[in-house]
Design a protein around this ligand. Structure first.
Ligand SMILES: Cc1ncc(COP(=O)(O)O)c(C=O)c1O
Length: 344
């Protein structure tokens, strides 16, 4: 990484150069998990950054993202959001909720894949907050992105001003929000006198780009482990470094990440995106039963499983501290209880 070390105040000031709408409950708490850590053994302290508590209808990382995405959208005069992902998308739920709060029309195109279309979990909330929902067979990734671009084009030709899921524009913009999250963590850890040995977060996109950039800007020397929830048809570390660097550029900062600065791990995706893994199930049940904190089977439980595996493998010496950045996602467990409590 190139560029000087910044303070949390410097990072905030750089983020504040971008248009922003205040939406999330910030700063989210940083809590220690003593009962969970004791079960893992090894004398390692575990902390959780509670971004499952960001507000905007049941929290998650997208409430932070949307501060900068809606800032960008409002600054460019948009009157309509054209968004899409899986049926149980936290991203779409939070975007629909933000649109409701700001009085903007929201059109969601939800990829059916293997998920049910009964109004439950995130989908139930999409309907409640008044989004227009259409289901599609387009696969999440380039195919769905092309559909969203063409829908946005139709709306534009009809005289509307749509803001749509256009990755080169929205991913770096959203990533900025996670440099702010890392600034909060830096302040919270320093108030506790704790030096972290690692960060863990579920991401193969904007969140991870922001975490990797924020870690570098603030001079944390430990790894930021990005535990990928899904495979993408591109090289995730390369794309993440590009998105992080585009975010730094928008913040007016000279810092740049190399691909080797991105620690992305695709080994926790199995048996597939959206499908629960035995290690994820175990981590989810352990955290819920020791600390009364919920995770979801699609994203956060798999990232937590990586933390559990690394601590159990003795990767960190006794007395060291690791931080789990909880990105939310809990509504999906109500839509797919059979994936959370198999056999019940
Ligand atoms: C709960 C949760 N965690 C993590 C992620 C990954 O976020 P990103 O796309 O920024 O990598 C998502 C994405 O939808 C999510 O819903």
């Amino acid at each position: 990484m190139s560029g000087p070390k910044l303070t949390p105040a410097d990072v905030r000031a750089a983020a504040d150069r971008l248009p922003r709408v205040r939406l999330a409950h910030l700063p989210t708490p940083l809590e220690e998990l003593p009962r969970f850590a004791a079960k893992l053994g090894g004398g390692v302290r575990v902390f959780v950054k509670r971004d499952d508590c960001t507000g905007l209808v049941l929290g998650g990382n997208k409430a932070r993202h949307n501060e900068f995405l809606f800032g960008d959208a409002l600054a460019s005069g948009c009157d309509l959001f054209v968004w899409g992902a899986l049926v149980q998308s936290n991203n779409c739920r939070t975007t629909a909720a933000t649109c409701a709060k700001l009085g903007i029309e929201c059109r969601l195109y939800l990829s059916k894949a293997h998920q049910k279309t009964e109004p439950q979990g995130n989908l139930l909330i999409d309907y409640l907050v008044g989004a227009h929902v259409e289901f599609t067979d387009a696969k999440i990734g380039p195919e769905l992105n092309a559909l969203l671009a063409s829908k946005a084009d139709e709306f534009r030709r009809a005289g509307r001003k749509p803001y749509f899921w256009d990755p080169p524009r929205v991913v770096p913009q959203a990533a900025v929000s996670y440099t702010v999250c890392m600034a909060e963590i830096a302040e919270q850890l320093s108030a506790l006198g704790v030096k972290p040995s690692a960060f863990y977060v579920s991401s193969a996109g904007a969140t991870g780009a922001g975490v990797a950039l924020g870690k570098a800007l603030l001079g944390f020397e430990c790894p930021a482990r990005l535990i990928c929830p899904m495979p993408w048809p591109w090289h995730i570390p390369t794309r993440t470094a590009e998105d992080a660097n585009a975010a730094a550029e928008r913040m007016g900062l000279p810092h740049r990440l190399a691909v080797s600065d991105v620690d992305a791990d695709e080994s926790y995706i199995a048996p597939g995106y959206g499908l629960p893994s035995p290690a994820g199930q175990e981590a989810m049940h352990l955290l819920a039963s020791t600390e009364a904190i919920l995770t979801d089977h699609i994203y956060t439980a798999k990232a937590l499983a990586a933390l559990v595996a690394d601590v159990r493998a003795g990767k960190y010496p006794p007395g060291s501290s690791v931080v789990f950045i909880h990105t939310g996602g809990v509504p999906a467990i109500f839509a797919e209880p059979e994936k959370v409590l198999p056999g019940m």
